[in-house]
Design a binder for this molecule. Structure first.
Ligand code: NAG
Ligand code: NAG
Length: 374
C-alpha cells in the first residue's frame, strides 16, 4: 500500500519534471561551425539557409536540432527531396539542388547524432574523413543522392553508435573499409549505386544487428562471404549488378532467419541454387537472373511459398520446371526464360497467368503458354 504522503511527494517530483526548463541557446562554437558548413554549400531554389540567421542556431534554424540541456547541435538534417511543408511552399513535393562540398567544419559539431545531407544532386568532393574519428555520437549518417567522390572513410568502423549508414547514389570509389564490420549497432547499410571495388568483407557476418544491406550497382568482385548466411536479422540483401563470383552460400535464408528479399542478379555467380533459399517461405522476392547458375532448380516449394518475384532467367539451369512450384500459394512474376530447362510446364494456379515470355529461350520446354507437348 502506498501512503498518501508518498503519492504527494511523487506528484511534486513529477510537477518539477514537467515544468519546461528554458532550452539552452546554441553553443557559440557550434554556431560558427554551422556558418562554415553553410559557406561551403549553395542552394538557391528552396532557400533552406534563409532561416540560418541570428545568434541562436537552436531557435528556428531549418534542419538544425539541439540538445536542449546544453545547446549543442545534435542533428543536422537537410533533404533535397522532402515532403514537409517548409520545403514545399506551393504544396508540391519540393526538389532542391545544392552544390559545393561538405566542409571539415562539420567535425566541430562534436555532439552530432545525425548528419543528413540527402538528395541534393550536386554536392561534390569527398566525405571528410574526420567524420569517422571526431563524431563519436553519430547514429545516423545519410549522404545519398549527391556527387560525392573519393573513398568511404577508412575508420568508419570506430563510429560505434552508428545504426544507419546511407551513402547510396554517389560516385564513391575504392574498397568497402574492412573496419565497417566493427559497426556492431548497424541496422541499415546502403552503399548502392557507387563505383566501389574490391570484395565484400569476409567477416560481414559480424554485423549481427544488420537488417538491410544494399550494395548493388557497384563494381564489387570476389565471392559472397559465407558469413552472410549467419546474419540473424538480415531481411533485405541486394548485391545485384556487381562482378561477384563463386557460389551462393549454402544456408542463406535458412533456419529461423527473416530474409524477405534477395537481389543477386547480373553478377557472375555459378554453382547450384541452394535449396534453403527456395524452401524459405518468408522469401518473397528472389532475383538471381543474369548469372551462370547451373544444375536443377531444387524441387522444394511448398504451400507456404509466396513469391512476388522469382526471376531465375538467363542462367544455365537444367532439368525440368519443379513440380512443387505448382503448389505455391502465389507466384506473381516468374521468369525462367533463357536457361536449359526441358520438359512439361506443370499445370496449376501459379502458372495460369503467365505467358510464353516467362519460359522462352530454353532447350525443350513445352505445355502451358508454350503449347502442347508432342
Ligand atoms: C532482376 O535483376 C536484374 C539485374 O539487376 C534486372 O535487370 C531485372 O530487371 C530484374 N528482374 C525483375 C523482374 O525485376
Ligand atoms: C524474362 O527475362 C527475359 C530476359 O532476362 C526478358 O527478356 C523477358 O521479357 C522476361 N519476361 C517476363 C515475363 O518478364
Amino acid at each position: 500500500m502506498v501512503s498518501p504522503a508518498a503519492l504527494l511527494a511523487l506528484a511534486a517530483a513529477l510537477a518539477v519534471l514537467l515544468v519546461p526548463a528554458a532550452a539552452a541557446a546554441c553553443s557559440a562554437s557550434d554556431h560558427d561551425a554551422l556558418l562554415s558548413i553553410r559557406a561551403a554549400l549553395s542552394e538557391d531554389r528552396l532557400g533552406v539557409f534563409s532561416s540560418w540567421a541570428g545568434a541562436d542556431c537552436c531557435a528556428g534554424w531549418y534542419g538544425v536540432g539541439c540538445d536542449p540541456t546544453d545547446g549543442r547541435v545534435a542533428d543536422l538534417s537537410l533533404r533535397g527531396e522532402a515532403e514537409d511543408a517548409v520545403m514545399a511552399p506551393a504544396g508540391r513535393p519540393a526538389s532542391g539542388i545544392m552544390s559545393g562540398y561538405i566542409s571539415d567544419a562539420v567535425c566541430r559539431l562534436g555532439r552530432l547524432s545525425s548528419l543528413v545531407l540527402a538528395d541534393w544532386k550536386q554536392i561534390s568532393g569527398p566525405i571528410p574523413s574526420c567524420v569517422a574519428t571526431e563524431l563519436p555520437y553519430l547514429r545516423i549518417l545519410e549522404l545519398p543522392g549527391n556527387r560525392l567522390t573519393g573513398g568511404i572513410p577508412p575508420s568508419v568502423g570506430s563510429l560505434s553508435r552508428l545504426t544507419v549508414l546511407n551513402l547510396a547514389d554517389n560516385l564513391l570509389s575504392g574498397a568497402i573499409p574492412g573496419s565497417i564490420t566493427s559497426l556492431s549497432s548497424l541496422k541499415h547499410l546502403d552503399l548502392a549505386n557507387n563505383q566501389l571495388t574490391g570484395r565484400v568483407p569476409s567477416d560481414f557476418g559480424k554485423l549481427t544487428m544488420l537488417s538491410r544491406a544494399l550494395l548493388g550497382r557497384n563494381r564489387l568482385s570476389g565471392p559472397i562471404p559465407s558469413s552472410v548466411s549467419s546474419l540473424p536479422r538480415l531481411a533485405d540483401l541486394d548485391l545485384s549488378e556487381n562482378s561477384l563470383t563463386g557460389a551462393i552460400p549454402d544456408g542463406l535464408g535458412s533456419g529461423g532467419h527473416v530474409l524477405t528479399s534477395l537481389y543477386l542478379g547480373a553478377n557472375r555467380l555459378s554453382g547450384r541454387i541452394p535449396a534453403s533459399l527456395l524452401r524459405n517461405s518468408g522469401l518473397g522476392i528472389l532475383n538471381l537472373s543474369r548469372n551462370a547458375l547451373d544444375g536443377a532448380i531444387p524441387d522444394v516449394f511448398t504451400r507456404q511459398s509466396y513469391f512476388m518475384l522469382l526471376d531465375l532467367s538467363r542462367n544455365r539451369l537444367s532439368g525440368g520446371v519443379p513440380r512443387s512450384l505448382a503448389s505455391a500459394t502465389y507466384v506473381g512474376h516468374l521468369n525462367l526464360s533463357h536457361n536449359r530447362l526441358c520438359g512439361a510446364i506443370p499445370a496449376g494456379p501459379p502458372f495460369d497467368h503467365l505467358d510464353a515470355d516467362s519460359f522462352g529461350g530454353n532447350s525443350c520446354l513445352c505445355g502451358g503458354p508454350l503449347g502442347k507437348c508432342t
